[in-house]
Design a protein around this ligand. Structure first.
Ligand code: NOJ
Length: 516
């Protein structure tokens, strides 16, 4: 286990939208290099960059054409090396994005695979054995290549699935078992890509759709085996490199597959949604973090606690403020509530991730038309808002040349107008991240224990070692029995008092206390 993860706080950068230094309207690696001091000032000591590889960008770069080349619009491989070196000099680790489940349909492997004549890459993707064979249980592209067969896609139509084999072979004429040499070759090709970037200085990878490798693998048994092989390679060759799964199933990702971390994402009906993302007007399915006070913290804990217990000695669950696939928090919560939700995210065990712009409370721009396969996700990918200059400081290009429009609202938050505002989300985020580094018990230096969590009631109270965290997102004053002595009020939002063996919290309040 890489030791640095213990105190890591990540910042996710969507490179297209971060900072444009050459005036072409799109973010670049040089822009990220120039903003590293800003990342550091947030208290983040690690970065995750969305894909920066050569790509036709049908899915914002998750359709890789050349795995070993930086997309010219972002810069060169030399720029990436400079970014890694500069980040390391500043004590910042960098994870790149690894897309193991599919490539672009313009990737040279695929161009070979779709040829009629057999070649080294014929089994790199999954083709049926003739074009009339198209079983409806698979997502297939039919009748579009010279080769007599249809191929499986993993996500969009332009993303053919790589072939790691079938856990259960149901169509033996064209499905290969996972131990077929050509499927093993796919896994080896993946390791080769990982070695390339780690050798350049990358500190590991965020792994896209990590559970999607083997097909007919409902329990993810064969998929986990491949990741165990990857973990073995890392342990032996690069013990300081880390991998975080986009899986949202910590038991499978961390315990079975050997990932160091697993994201806690907004999958329908899960604990993350019930905490931060449900928005039912009738209050039946309201998130806990909402002023209505109709949420249910136990709906989150019933899912989170078993996962935490199963994985706490093996790896880290990664809470995130948002990512490039979910509507931003501002779509669901007001500013007061976002502050409290960030208060919780950065005082939980695990390795937290801050999505660029969430430190400002950037708006979810729901009105934007889709860019590069973003669709409803586009509104969370708009340019970073730096200051009041042209394009909010993102780029000097004319507005019609921008990758995406910047927030045009008069009151658009920027780094410039938020960083010294005592009432800002920025202040809460940077304060709590600082405390997390200063007091290891608020991070991974202690366990997690529920102190008060009642079905349908507020607040939520949990212990982190010698500290107790109180959260009341509702717009009602609440009071609960709390007999412990308070040595110090470490951080307070709103009003929180401790008298007569009770803790009383004003509407929308938060506290971290040190107990006696
Ligand atoms: C998950 C990524 O986060 C998303 O942005 C992408 O479109 C899909 N995987 C496909 O790679």
């Amino acid at each position: 286990m890489p030791k640095w993860l213990n105190d890591a706080v990540f910042y996710e950068i969507y490179p297209q939208s971060y900072y444009d230094t050459n005036g072409d309207g799109i973010g670049d690696l040089q822009g990220i290099i120039e903003k590293l001091p800003y990342v550091k000032s947030l208290g983040c000591n690690a970065l995750w960059l969305n894909p920066v590889y050569d790509s036709p960008f049908m899915d914002a770069g998750y359709d890789v054409r050349n795995h070993k080349q930086i997309a010219p619009r972002y810069g060169t491989n030399e720029d990436m090396k400079r970014l890694l070196d500069t980040a390391h000099e500043m004590g910042i680790k960098v994870l790149l994005d690894l897309v193991p489940g599919h490539t672009s349909d313009t990737n040279p492997w695929f161009l070979e695979a779709k040829k009629a004549e057999k070649n080294e890459f014929s089994n790199r993707y999954i083709f049926t054995d003739n074009v009339w064979e198209a079983p409806s249980e698979y997502r297939l592209m039919c009748g579009i290549c010279q080769r007599d067969g249809n191929y499986l896609i993993n996500y969009f139509s332009s993303q053919p699935a790589l072939n790691y084999g079938f856990h259960e072979v149901t169509h033996p004429k064209w499905q290969l078992p996972t131990d077929h040499p050509d499927c093993i070759a796919t896994a080896e090709a993946l390791k080769d890509i990982m070695r390339f970037w780690i050798d350049m200085g990358a500190d590991g990878f965020r792994v896209d759709m990590a559970d999607s490798l083997c097909k007919n693998d409902d329990e993810k048994i064969s998929t986990a085996k491949i990741w165990q092989g990857v973990r073995k390679m890392l342990d032996e060759e690069y013990p300081e490199a880390a991998i975080v799964a986009e899986w949202c199933h910590p038991e499978r990702a961390i315990k079975n597959a050997g990932f160091h971390m697993d994201f806690y994402l907004d999958h329908y009906g899960n604990g993350y949604s019930k905490l931060f993302r449900y928005l039912d007007k009738d209050g039946k399915n309201q998130a806990f973090f909402h002023k209505s006070g109709c949420g249910d913290i136990t709906a989150f804990l019933d899912e989170y606690l078993p996962n935490y217990e199963l994985t706490k000695d093996l790896g880290y669950i990664s809470f995130m403020t948002n990512n490039h696939d979910m509507p931003r928090a501002t779509y669901y919560m007001d500013k007061d509530t976002i502050k409290l939700s960030h208060g919780m995210i950065f005082t939980m065990p695990g390795v937290p991730f801050l999505y660029y712009g969430d430190e400002l409370g950037m708006r979810y721009q729901s009105e934007l038309v889709s860019v590069e396969g973003g669709y409803s996700r586009t509104g969370s990918r708009s340019p970073m808002q730096w200051d009041s200059s042209k394009n909010l400081g993102f780029s000097t290009a004319d507005a019609d040349k921008l990758y995406m429009p910047v927030d045009s609202h008069e009151d658009a938050p920027t780094v410039e107008n938020q960083k010294d505002d005592p009432d800002s989300i920025f202040k809460v985020v940077t304060d709590i991240i600082r405390l997390r580094h200063e007091i290891p018990e608020l991070g991974n230096g202690s366990g997690f224990e529920v102190v008060y969590a009642e079905k349908g009631k507020y607040p939520f109270v949990y212990r982190r070692g010698g500290y107790v965290v109180f959260v009341n997102p509702s717009d009602e004053k609440v009071s609960i029995p709390f007999a412990e002595g308070v040595e110090e009020k470490v951080y307070i939002i709103g009003e929180v008092s401790f008298r007569c063996k009770k803790a009383t919290m004003s509407p929308s309040s938060f506290a971290i206390i040190k107990t006696k």
